[in-house]
Design a protein around this ligand. Sequence first.
Ligand code: ZN
Length: 687
Amino acid sequence: MNPLLDFSALPRFDRIKPEHVAPAMDELLAAGRRAVEASLEAPATWNDFVAPLEDANERLSRAWGQVAHLHAVMDRPSLREAYNAALPKVSQYWTELGQNLQLFQKYRELHRSAEFQALTPARKRIVENALRDFRLGGAELPLEKKQRYADVQEELARLSAKFSENILDATNAFSLLIEEEGRLSGIPADVLQAAREAAQKDEKQTDGKPKWKFTLHMPSYLPVLQYADDRSLRAALYRESATRASEFGRPEWDNTPLIARIVELRREIASLLGYANYAEVSLTPKMAQSPAQVLAFLDDLARHARPFAEKDADELRTFARQELKLETLEAWDVPYASEKLRSKRYAFSDQEVKQYFPEDAVLQGLFRVAQALYQIDIVPAAAPVWHEDVRFFEIRDGSGPVIGHFYIDLYARETKRGGAWMDDAITRRRKGAEIQTPVAYLNTNFSRPLGSPAGGKPALFTHDEVLTLFHEFGHGLHHLLTRVEDLGVSGINGVEWDAVELPSQFMENFAWEWDVLRGMTRHVDTGLPIPRSLYERMLAAKNFQSGLAMLRQIEFAVFDMRLHADFDPAGGRSARDLLEEVRGRIAVLRPPAFNRFANSFSHIFAGGYAAGYYSYKWAEVLSADAYSVFEEMSESQGVLDPRAGQRFREEILAVGGSRPAAESFRAFRGREPRVEALLRHNGMIGA
Ligand SMILES: [Zn+2]
């Protein structure tokens, strides 16, 4: 049996091969089309019409989800080929479905029927979302426009896939082999050891001389930028990273023409659907109301952040001039000078902190937080996996039944795309008398353990990486702790994009609490927990350069919103011109002219964040404000208060997309969201 067609249990990662993709997808697409036809003959009721359609589409999404997941974490030529061959067929199917006027009519019929009033709120919302998505999917378009809409969507899907492949290819194509030990000064020992091992792995015939290989992957790139005393080494890596997938590299990996084309096609989508611009299309299913509201929100935050960012930049320039003899502060000096200033001011380094965060202690600590807050139990379990590094766990409700599972794939490798993300493998839903429990993938790009597999040291994580892990785990809990029984609004399904980061950013807060860190840290050599004095310095350093960091996020968000709201690629200006204009207005530290940030901005060109990057800040306001409930509790109970945790679980995590996020927030917080907690957490308001 084709393992992609086996829905009886967990994905069969031990058996899936690239040659399974085409036949499985062909069969599921055909079955999907048959289900659509049958549903059109059925009465317009939930059980006769919606449910069978959901069943067919779920199988398709599950199988394709596994293929897309493997494409993201185990990329290799044969799989990439199979993925790219099936991709247009799959997007074609969803486009057809979204444009099927008869289906649309049927949903409208159900919406008008007496039965609709008797549906659960979750089901009502699924029907309403379907109507909205039909309109956004072009269902109301006349025939010739419908065809054009489908062609545009298909081209967009292809361009997005190519956009991220270009970044990965350009990232992998570059490496720098250093032979002079003198150039390595400042770089931490574990990073050097990894660079040494990487060089040895490459060199079949060795001339006996030690060599060090550096790449643009984060675990190699970032420490060089932060620590290498050799300015030309930093500059070389910075330039390569900042010009990835641009006209400075191989023409076939240049994302510049893709950006122009993607923006142009999105404008066309907006005009086909009768919207003024693509940003309005993007905001229709979101919590925010209009591009103007979002830009005003970002402007307001920028106004608060600017004085702090200017102070950050001035301090850094002065420090670099006086202490590091850097007369000009170049982009490749910023991480280096920042790290020096930070370690001088707070007298610790990421490397020092890292020694207290071995992998097992971090995972156990994270699990303890979730267990205490939500009264769940997390234990290792067995499952077929796609790589030997992957770990698998089950979640029990208290000491009760298993309510979900998740995979964790922690380490960076050449076949995995960059960044960190959570994805759903299986979604919770009722199937007759049974409940199908949810399964999630958690993926990060952390450094792997050094040395040979046996007897080496455990992987050590920076505190930033720990925050990333808490973040992704928050997404995972949103997916896994849902109580919703209908696919379309279960877990993170149907949650507004700009509210979806609430649980993830919320979870990060706990990785800053002494009660949590005390229990989750264990020095890799001495076994001791992190000393209180080091923790105090970390906390003091937390808002180091928070003004610069916030303005940087706002710069990306404003660029994204304006690119999709009022930018015309045929108007004689390029996306890069727009980015320069936005930087001119917002950035305090201007990147060099050769910087091609947009060419690797996959969030908006290859991810789902088009006219949605502001969501991070938007949701941060929600998450900080939600967390302030736990801070208020901490006076008496400590932040791991199970009563507040239960309420967060019930009002936010469990309800998923079954009601508007604004309503869930009010139910938990008892009022509308306020920005004060976020500003306070960033040191921008009197404590
Ligand atoms: Zn996230």
